[in-house]
Design a protein around this ligand. Structure first.
Ligand SMILES: Nc1ncnc2c1ncn2[C@@H]1O[C@H](COP(=O)(O)OP(=O)(O)O)[C@@H](O)[C@H]1O
Ligand SMILES: [Mg+2]
Length: 305
């Protein structure tokens, strides 16, 4: 069990973390979901002991990870958001090098590297220079480098940023396989769909604070009990100064008004009011409650893919 208590971290005036509390159980995939700048990387950098918090602590099975950093680092595999790869080396050499840094016997490393390249579908590129890899290949290599010492706990900071759907699925399958073997996975993303598909437990982070924590279904049931309606208005008819915000969230660029209603009958009232105010409706959409609904409800902001 990993427990994060009251983490605070400031960069000058910027409060990157403002009291983060989390509990992560063994064998689960925990996801930290939030927009850019929310504090995901800062949280993970602290858990990876690359950064010290101003306040708070991270406990593993009851003891602070900072009291024995070396021991903790051997247990974890950290995949940074930015690639940490030597472009002039081959993929094989990059992962091999990591194995040497962990002092593993060369023959064990060789076996492990081949197994990882096979699992992530990169065997053919193993002996090629990384400078010739595509973005998706580099992402997979970045992941392999954190796995060579067979860590119990994996910390992945946006491991699927900027890659195609097939590669994403391959990474998901691979992670599920690791969890079947009892590994614990901590994962950050700003992508709602990804969170819905992957996480056992999700923590929604916004401006350095956890605004919701729980299972995906539980959060949806708890926060998204209302009807989510999107009304697209003809933008040219919407004059500045109208207080569309009193209905819900209005997005100027798209002309879409997002409203939460208690019951279906309120849709008629809403449309009537809009008509009275001379707005013309272009399209109306009833949305199934999702993590997006939860996020919008809690923060009033949209999380974009
Ligand atoms: N090294 C740094 N120096 C100054 N500000 C930083 C630094 N790292 C992060 N920040 C700020 O801290 C906040 C949280 O950043 P970060 O943890 O990277 O968010 P996320 O990973 O969720 O996008 C942001 O406002 C960011 O600009
Ligand atoms: Mg980040």
């Amino acid at each position: 069990m990993i427990e994060v208590y009251g983490l605070k971290k400031s960069y000058g005036e910027v409060k990157a973390l403002d009291g983060i509390n989390l509990k992560i159980e063994r064998g689960k995939i925990f996801g930290l979901l939030g927009p850019n700048g929310a504090g995901k990387t800062t949280t993970f950098s602290i858990i990876a002991t690359l950064l010290r918090p101003d306040e708070g602590d991270v406990l593993y099975n009851g003891g602070s990870i900072f009291s024995n950093v070396k021991n903790w680092r051997e247990k974890i595999g950290f995949v940074p958001q930015e690639f940490s790869i030597y472009e002039d080396l081959t993929g094989y050499e990059n992962v091999y090098l990591m194995g040497r840094l962990y002092n593993l016997p060369p023959q064990d490393i060789r076996k492990k590297v081949e197994e990882l390249f096979e699992k992530l579908g990169l065997s053919e590129k193993m002996k090629e220079k990384v400078s010739r890899y595509s973005g998706g290949m580099k992402r997979r290599l970045n992941l392999m480098m954190s796995l060579v010492h067979d860590p119990e706990i994996l910390l992945l900071d946006e491991p699927t940023a900027g890659i195609d759907v097939q590669t994403k699925q391959r990474i998901y399958d691979f992670l599920r396989e690791l969890m079947d073997k009892g590994k614990t996975v901590l994962y950050t993303t700003h992508m709602l769909k990804e969170a819905e598909e992957l996480f056992d437990v999700v923590g929604i982070i916004d401006s350095g604070k956890i605004v919701a924590l729980g299972g995906v279904e539980d959060l949806i049931n708890k926060y998204a009990d209302e009807l989510h309606v999107e009304v697209e208005l003809y933008r040219e008819k919407v004059e500045d100064g109208y207080e569309l915000e009193k209905f819900g969230v209005y997005e100027k660029e798209s002309g879409i008004l997002k409203v939460y209603l208690k019951s279906q009958s309120e849709i008629t009232d809403l449309l009537k009011k809009l008509t009275e105010m001379n707005f013309e409706v272009r399209h109306i959409n009833l949305r199934k409650p999702s993590l997006e609904t939860v996020f919008l409800k809690l923060t009033g902001r949209e999380l974009r893919d």
